[in-house]
Design a protein around this ligand. Structure first.
Ligand SMILES: [Zn+2]
Length: 329
């Protein structure tokens, strides 16, 4: 997908952290290490990118957002700005290795034309311990103008030595009402917003992608179809085949949510928002047939499947294992 040509407006829950950051940056009081933390899908990257772009923008002043049109903005949005680097795993779910960290350190040490050089590290909790150690020295004795912005959903997974050298900036999770009010700016139909929000497990930025990106919507439909097949339980071959049409990293968190929805239905008699995306005449018998204990066991197992989803195991076999676990009483 091409980078957007204009800067995105920030969702309302990002405004407060944005104001604080941009004001300090304008006063030259930005620390070398910033640790932006908050739940997955709340907009950590949006905040980081908005900040870095505003600082590179040749027109924006004070807490104004970047203009999106000047040369600074255009090269940032095109991913070619010489004063910015992104440090990310080579593949989603993999670690950030020391070689990549060393490149970032070298980049920060180069003297550029501007007075700011930034490295955006996402997700920072993917840094392996060698890569994190390599960055420590830069955080302690930064070259002039260096800014490291680390994004992490689970900052506790970072070494304490890194955390203590960064200023923590929390991105709050909006409540469902606030998130949905923002999402209605992307879709007219309130049912579509409810569905996308449930499909995204309450992650507003992910829900926005489901609403605006037909591919993400198709992926959700595919996942929902596979999970509906699991509820019907037609047998291991058909169940595994339905799951194999999906991406494990998207399907398995949704399977976990479905198991939680089934447990909720047993306790309260009503499906939660995620459970409402499935036919009740399938969800209820499934929940009753498994029972609270087995559902709790399965959702604990699903957390393990989720951790394995990003590893390159044999996906076909794994789906069969999962189907077998679901069928077992
Ligand atoms: Zn600009």
């Amino acid at each position: 997908m091409d980078a957007p040509v204009v800067a995105e407006a920030l969702p309302p829950w990002l405004e407060k952290p944005w104001e604080g950051l941009v004001q300090r940056a304008r006063q030259g009081r930005l620390p070398t290490g910033l640790l932006i933390h908050g739940a997955t899908g709340v907009g950590k990257s949006l905040l980081t990118r908005a900040l870095v772009q505003a600082l590179l923008c040749q027109r924006a002043q004070g807490s104004e957002p970047a203009c999106g049109e000047c040369n600074g903005c255009r090269s940032f949005l095109g991913g070619v700005h010489p004063e910015v680097m992104s440090l990310e795993p080579e593949e989603a779910g993999k670690e950030i290795l020391i070689a990549a960290a060393r490149e970032a350190i070298e980049f920060l040490g180069l003297s550029g034309s501007g007075d700011l050089r930034s490295v955006m590290i996402r997700p920072a909790d993917a840094l392996n311990s060698n890569a994190a150690n390599a960055l420590l020295k830069t955080l302690e004795e930064p070259p002039s103008g260096a800014v490291l912005i680390l994004e992490a959903a689970q900052p506790a997974r970072l070494p304490a030595t890194i955390r203590s050298r960064c200023q923590m900036i929390e991105v709050p999770t909006p409540n469902p009402g606030e998130a949905k009010a923002w999402l209605r700016g992307f879709a007219e139909d309130p049912n579509a917003v409810d569905e996308a929000y449930a499909a995204s497990l309450g992650r507003p930025l992910t829900a926005r992608d489901v609403l605006v990106d037909p591919e993400r919507m198709a992926q959700w439909e595919q996942d929902r179809e596979a999970l509906t097949t699991l509820l019907r339980g037609p047998g291991i071959t058909a169940m595994a085949a339905a799951m194999q049409r999906c991406l494990p990293e998207s399907l398995i968190p949704r399977l976990q949510a479905l198991l939680v929805a089934a447990q909720r239905l047993l306790v309260t008699g009503e499906p939660d928002a995620f459970g409402q995306q499935f036919p009740r005449e399938l969800l209820e018998p499934f929940a009753r047939h498994k029972g609270a204990r087995r559902l709790a066991q399965l959702s604990a197992e699903a957390l393990v499947w989720q951790r394995q989803a990003s590893r390159q195991l044999n996906p076909q076999l794994r789906m069969e294992d999962i189907a077998l676990a679901i069928l077992r009483r």
